[in-house]
Write a protein that binds this ligand. Structure first.
Ligand code: FBP
Length: 547
């Protein structure tokens, strides 16, 4: 037997769903919609799926259809807790319509559709994965579905399996592509609907229609548990500063949510850095100041939360990376020939004075990551840069100079951490288990109603589950035109941390106090059973944004 006792107990958990799911459902159409911006361009690009109405569900006497429906499902991009429950909800939904309905999973992401690699997801398989983390039921991948060839190739297997609708579970880019696919299939009368589901731990797929992307809740709770444990440890030994980097490709939602959950001494928010044009030196100064002030009180310990995306939000770093990419493509071969010990000076001599000076100020290990470790296209691999180490080292350097000046008398010992992958496949919290199952079931209702180019949505998620409002939103409504790789493209607008939003303002209200005093909160591990106030709470971000 290779499942853990918790897994066994969790298999029996029945996701809580909105009351409307207890009976038959009829789709009600609301007002027609427009895109968030660039309406004319989006309308021209999506003539068949633009301007569709938002849809809501109403209780009905009997089902609108009892015809069996074959559906395909794809998991796209990074793992997020709850993906298996989206699939379980979808499965239960189409089986409720007709026991003859079938669900097919395409393997290893969108590539499975193009390569015709799939498996039928039967009741036995689904039951094995209910309420579990990960995407291993069918695997995931990062292939982008964007060309006509891929769409046509995919259509062959969809026709072969008599699939009437495809559900794409993904982030902003995958849902943008889902919409392009929906538009294309509609334009050629392919007879295949496409429905999206909002996934990503990063929390940056949200807007007026989508309250949160699934997985964010669980991932933040996992990180907050561990940060809380670290805080209790450092408050006990009182000798380490912990620099903790948190996943989240560009937005800082995860770092902000964790800060609200654990009340650390410091949390940097990339969006604020960008807005205020803060320099790396200023961030280092800010952290060093807090370290010194705490040292004055004899508290030579603390926690610093750093969002993964920070590096790209630093204006000077952005400029340096651009010039380095250019430099490496021109002088990369010459650099190979330069002696290891002379490489650093060689690079500095070739950069503009401004960038050269900045490069010289970086710790050697980071400078090396910027120039030696490059991706197959020759670009700097920003995600490999250990920002937590970079900041810890630079703060150390600053404190040394302050020590010489008599401005600092404390002890500075550092430990660094990166929390990312360990939170992406955790068993979903009750919130994510319930939310995801509801999203999947909602998708089945949208499919039965003949909808295409829609994203499955659930509103009022800050309220008890009976009051949740499932429905569908046309994906074109969330789009605008943005420059991607030098070209204007229709995309779903990515949600960054809003500096005038309640979550950030709440953090700002408290951060000074949290910095100097020790106000740590210890959230503890995710609880799956027990009192509702311990088990079912959504994130602080969601509560602050909606109440
Ligand atoms: P998605 O946007 O696909 O959900 O992935 C999010 C994420 O976990 C980011 O937080 C992280 O930067 C990235 O994926 C890591 O990607 P990979 O899994 O390819 O290492």
């Amino acid at each position: 037997d290779n499942i853990s006792p918790l897994q066994r107990a969790r298999a029996d958990y029945e996701p809580k769903v909105p009351s409307i799911f207890n009976g038959h459902i009829h789709i009600a159409e609301g007002e027609t919609t427009v895109s968030v911006d660039d309406c004319e361009e989006i309308k021209a690009l999506f003539p068949n799926t633009y301007g569709l109405p938002i849809v809501r569900f109403e209780a009905a006497e009997m089902a609108d259809t009892t015809d069996p429906i074959n559906v395909g499902v794809i998991l796209s991009g990074g793992q997020a807790p709850g993906g298996h429950n989206v699939i379980a909800g979808l499965f239960d939904g189409i089986k409720k319509i007709s026991s003859e309905s079938k669900l097919y999973g395409f393997l290893m992401g969108p590539d499975g559709l193009v390569q015709h690699r799939y498996k039928e997801l039967t009741a036995d398989i689904i039951d094995e994965y209910r309420n579990t983390g990960g995407f291993d039921i069918i695997g995931s991948g990062r292939t982008k579905l964007e060309t006509k060839e891929q769409f046509d190739q995919g259509l062959l297997v969809l026709k072969e399996l008599n699939i009437k609708a495809l559900v794409i579970i993904g982030g902003d880019d995958s849902n943008t592509n889902a919409c392009v696919l929906a538009e294309y299939y509609k334009s050629i009368d392919a007879g295949v609907q496409v429905i999206g589901c909002p996934k990503t731990i990063d929390g940056d797929l949200k807007n007026d229609q989508i309250e949160t992307s699934f997985g964010f809740d669980t991932a933040c709770k996992v990180y907050s548990e561990v940060i809380g444990n670290i805080q209790r440890d450092c408050n006990s030994a009182r000798k380490y500063w912990h620099f903790i980097k948190l996943m989240g490709r560009s937005a800082s939602h995860i770092a902000l949510e964790c800060a609200l959950q654990v009340q650390p001494n410091i949390c940097i928010i990339s969006e604020e850095v960008k807005e205020k044009q803060t320099t790396l030196a200023e961030i280092v100064d800010y952290i060093a100041n807090v370290v010194a002030k705490r040292a004055d009180k004899g508290e030579n310990f603390g926690t610093v939360l750093i969002p993964e995306g920070l590096i790209e939000f630093l204006p000077a770093m952005k400029k340096l990376i651009t010039e380095l990419n250019d430099f490496l493509s021109r002088y990369g071969d010459d650099l190979e020939l330069v002696k290891k010990s002379a490489k650093r000076d060689y690079i500095i001599s070739k950069l503009s004075p401004e960038n050269g000076q900045f490069y010289a100020s970086l710790p050697k290990s980071v400078a090396q990551q910027l120039t030696l470790d490059r991706d197959p296209h020759g670009n700097v691999q920003v995600s490999l840069i250990e920002t937590e180490q970079l900041l810890a080292d630079m703060v150390g350097k600053k404190l040394k100079t302050w020590k010489k000046m008599g401005k600092y008398t404390g002890k500075y010992k550092v430990l660094t951490h990166f929390f990312g992958y360990e939170g992406r496949s955790s068993a979903p919290s009750n919130f994510d288990a319930d939310y995801c199952y509801t999203l999947g079931y909602t998708a089945s209702v949208l499919i039965a109603g003949g909808k295409t180019g829609y994203m499955s949505t659930v509103r009022h998620t800050h309220r008890p589950h009976e009051e949740w409002i499932p429905g569908g939103v046309p994906i074109t409504m969330m789009m605008n035109m943005e420059k991607r790789h030098g070209e204007m493209k229709p995309v779903i607008r990515k949600a960054l941390v809003k500096l005038d939003g309640k979550p950030f303002r709440t953090f700002v209200e408290h951060r000074e106090e949290w910095a100097l005093n020790t106000c740590y909160l210890y959230p503890g591990p995710i609880q799956y059973f027990g009192p509702s106030e311990v088990c079912d709470q959504p994130t602080k971000t969601l509560m602050l944004e909606h109440t």
